[in-house]
Design a protein around this ligand. Structure first.
Ligand code: GLU
Length: 438
């Protein structure tokens, strides 16, 4: 009897499916994807392929800490899908990193790269460590051991890491150096582009550090006017003031927006007349958080979310906009700069209250888009000037936003579904054209 690919894949999926915890981030991500797949009418076998990562790598490795003791550290690299190109995605360092979250983040990378139109698949990595509690030397040793444990599971044409929460350009340079001295060095290759998001001196791209924030701002410029919001004079609040939050705020401030509130892990501050985003960034670099910033008023949780804004930008971790926050937040549009910041139960509440959501895979794709530019520059031994990087990023963002708007009209759906439909359409086309081996 002839069995279709779709039946085979579905049977395989059912037999290997791991039961998900009720609050699984991966299950939440797959649900949203499946909704868009229904709207699009995506073939079942493609949806089944995307419903689990291709490779899940878990490594445990010993590291000597500054006090002389050894600790076992756990790291993950999830390679979700590579139909569009090499696996691509950040590595995060956080004390709560778990397999389930990394799987969700890897799935979002697959969709984000497809939506952004860059020729990469999706991956994500994580190391369960709190970088705030570790010395620079300890972080260096952890990074080098993690990289050597990953071995040839990463590579410039296979899987290309980048920064994420808790990692930065220095982390990427340690990964590159370790990779060159172990795996690639044996073949006398020096592939700078085994990672992106490096320091400028070590092969990074101009504009990469601010790229995610720059992308968020370009998306705002493309999408907000149609929602009746002009950036000049717009009231904006942010959750998170790390790389993404601070760059977004500074760029918005320069365009004349008023940053009226910021919250992070240290506290919340508000300033009715708008605070100086640049001064706040300088302060946070010194103090480690927004608490006690002198040019704003410290407030508690309720008062922060009660501030009336035009745009609210979550730029921290996943599921930070809970159902409770959704009930009280006073804003017109949520611009998701973080990955997966809106918890599933919050979504219908926001929609009922008429609050529009611009989804993460749309808003924060500037980071991976400029990662792609860095990867191309390294491959060709080129360095592009900043104006070039920004101009190209703007073109990618404009094209992506135009497709999302058109798809929204065509399918009469919300922005999140529309962004997912655009992403799934491209992956679906690739699977249909390439077929399933053999
Ligand atoms: N970690 C970033 C993200 O979530 C950037 C990934 C990359 O540049 O590969 O999009």
């Amino acid at each position: 009897m002839k069995t279709s690919v779709s039946e085979l894949v579905t049977a395989e999926r059912e037999s290997t499916e791991i039961p998900e915890a009720a609050d699984s981030l991966f299950a939440m991500a797959v649900n949203v994807m499946n909704h868009a797949a229904d709207v699009l009418g995506l073939d079942n076998y493609i949806r089944s392929i995307l419903s689990q990562p291709k490779n899940s790598i878990i490594v445990n490795f010993p590291v000597q800490m500054d006090d002389g003791n050894y600790e076992i550290v756990r790291g993950f690299r999830i390679q979700h899908n590579n139909a569009l190109g090499p696996y691509k995605g950040g590595i995060r360092y956080h004390e709560d990193v778990a397999l389930d979250d990394v799987r969700a983040l890897a799935l979002w990378m697959t969709l984000k790269c497809s939506l952004a139109g860059v020729p990469f698949g999706g991956a994500k990595g994580g190391v369960k460590v709190n970088p705030r509690e570790r010395s620079r030397d300890e972080m260096c040793r952890i990074t080098r051991r993690f990289t050597s444990a990953l071995g040839t599971n990463i590579g410039p044409d296979y899987d290309i890491p980048a920064p994420d929460v808790g990692t930065n350009a220095q982390t990427m340079v340690w990964i590159m150096d370790t990779y060159m001295n172990t795996t690639a060095g044996l073949a006398r290759q020096l592939p700078l582009n085994v990672v992106t998001g490096k320091t400028l001196e070590c092969g990074g791209s101009l504009g990469r550090e601010k790229a995610t924030g720059q992308g968020v701002v370009y998306v705002c410029e493309e999408m907000l006017p149609a929602m009746g919001i002009t950036l000049k004079g717009a009231r904006v609040a942010l959750q998170g003031y790390g790389n993404v939050g601070s760059h977004t705020a500074m760029l918005l401030h320069d365009l004349g927006a008023k940053i009226v509130g910021v919250m992070d892990h240290t506290g919340a501050i508000v300033e009715e007349n708008g605070l100086d985003a640049h001064k706040l960034a300088e302060y946070v670099a010194q103090a480690g958080g927004v608490a006690d910033f002198k040019e704003a008023t410290a407030v508690d949780w309720d008062a922060f979310y009660a501030v009336e804004t035009d745009v609210f930008i979550p730029a921290a971790l996943e599921k930070m906009i809970t159902a409770d926050i959704a009930k009280c937040i006073q804003t017109k549009v949520i611009v998701e700069a973080a990955n997966g910041p809106t918890d599933a139960p919050a979504e219908p509440i926001l929609s009922e209250r008429g609050i529009e959501i611009l989804p993460a895979i749309l808003c924060n794709s500037g980071g991976v888009t400029v990662s792609y530019f860095e990867w191309v520059q390294n491959k060709n031994n080129e360095t592009w000037v900043l104006e070039d990087v920004d101009r190209r990023l703007r073109r990618y963002v404009a094209e992506m936003c135009a497709r999302v708007r058109k798809t929204r009209r065509e399918f009469n759906c919300d922005m999140r579904t529309s962004a997912y439909v655009v992403a799934l359409q491209r992956i679906g086309d690739v699977y249909k054209q390439r077929g399933i081996f053999p």
